[in-house]
Design a protein around this ligand. Structure first.
Ligand code: ADP
Ligand code: F6P
Length: 354
């Protein structure tokens, strides 16, 4: 079995609150096993360029509570090329890096699986506010981002109530409606618009009018960015035109990517960091750490990526060729359960937000 003397840790793709807690857990748990840790800066860009420094015990002090990532992040198209990959492998050999823990989203995992295929064992930790990795219940950063959303929406509600207005609020999430759906429920939004459930604009207008008749003065509509950047502004105009209620559009944007991580994100990140190091040192690689029903487990990266495609209805020909019928059934079951949960939550919101 491969012996690990030195491993690398990097953060890549969109940053997420809690990434620092994961870095800290990786560093501390590896050091406790006698394994050195190199911090790879700016994701795969730093791996290609050799922007790498050792991380000692005290280098990760006082970061468990900090947003962003001390290792910085980047999007690195060069890493997808053969030359970029060859340079990255050469850097690993030069710095004596025997394996890498890559914290990020699905793009980061694609990079990690390629790197593993080129002889550098990698393990992925899901760090993204979007919660769009179907193989795990929660990704690092999701909880904090949602807490920021509810704080912002509560503020918007105050001013909506004073002016008897409607606030249409767009939140990030890429193609996933999780942030909008959960925060819509938690803030008592009158309507929620997500890509996973077809939107009935007429029903939204009727609901607003009905709620107004029942004495409501403020109206919150949570829109996920996954339905397109024009949807929110257009809906705002339509609500005003059709109901006569003054309406304002707010895009929360990157505000929800920053800030100190919540308890849940620090907790999840700390556990995932230790779990990833343990699996890497045991000899596992090409896996992504997942949180299912509050227990940590792992899946092959390729399994997790194809599961995501299945979830988005974007399977390509041949995608399922390398999986057993049992695995395909399991994937279909996970997708069904995730869809059912989203639909159930959507209609839960609809029944109580009047
Ligand atoms: P996220 O990890 O949050 O999904 P990105 O999709 O931007 O973010 O991916 C982060 C980085 O991972 C990219 O900039 C690139 O360096 C690497 N990456 C993404 N897709 C691939 C791929 N198909 N093959 C190799 N590397 C990839
Ligand atoms: O994946 C995280 C995320 O914040 C998405 O919610 C959003 O669509 C995207 O990244 C924004 O990317 P950028 O930071 O490159 O503008």
């Amino acid at each position: 079995m491969k012996t690990f003397r030195r491993i690398g840790v990097l953060t890549s793709g969109g940053d997420a609150p809690g990434m620092n807690a994961a870095i800290r857990a990786v560093v501390r748990s590896a050091l406790s096993c006698g394994v050195e840790v190199m911090g790879i800066y700016r994701g795969y860009s730093g791996l290609i360029k050799g922007d790498i420094r050792p991380l000692a015990l005290r280098d990760v002090s006082n970061i468990v509570n900090k947003g962003g990532t001390i290792l910085y992040s980047d999007r690195c198209p060069e890493f997808k090329t053969e030359e970029g990959m060859a340079q990255a492998v050469e850097t690993c050999h030069r710095f004596g890096i025997d394996g890498i823990i890559a914290i990020g989203g699905d793009g980061t995992f694609r990079g990690a699986t390629d790197l593993t295929a080129h002889g550098i064992p990698c393990i992925g930790i899901p760090g993204t506010i979007d919660n769009d990795i179907a193989s795990t219940d929660n990704t690092i950063g999701f909880d904090t981002a949602m807490n920021t959303v509810i704080e912002m929406v509560d503020r918007l509600r105050d001013t909506c109530e004073s002016h008897a207005r409607c606030s249409v609020i767009e939140v990030m999430g890429r193609g996933a409606g999780d942030i909008a759906l959960y925060t819509g429920i938690a803030t008592g939004a009158t309507a929620i618009v997500i890509p996973e459930v077809e939107t009935d604009v007429e029903a939204i207008i009727k609901k607003i009018e009905n709620s107004r008749r029942l004495g409501k003065r403020n109206f919150i509509i949570l829109v996920s960015e996954g339905v397109g950047s024009k949807f929110g502004p257009e809906l705002t105009e339509l609500v005003e035109e059709r109901t006569g209620i003054e309406s304002r559009f707010t895009r929360l944007g990157h505000v929800i990517r920053g800030g100190n991580p919540s308890l849940r994100d620090r907790f999840l990140a700390s556990r995932m960091g230790v779990y990833a190091v343990d699996r890497l040192l045991e000899g596992l690689s090409n896996i992504v750490v997942c949180d299912i029903g509050d227990n940590l487990t792992h899946f092959e990266i390729n399994y997790a990526l194809i599961l995501d495609r299945m979830c988005k209805g974007k399977l390509k020909e041949g995608d399922l060729d390398n999986f057993t019928p049992e695995q395909i059934t399991q994937m279909e079951e996970i997708v069904r359960a995730k869809k059912a949960k989203m639909t159930r939550l959507y209609y839960t919101a609809d029944r109580i937000d009047l």
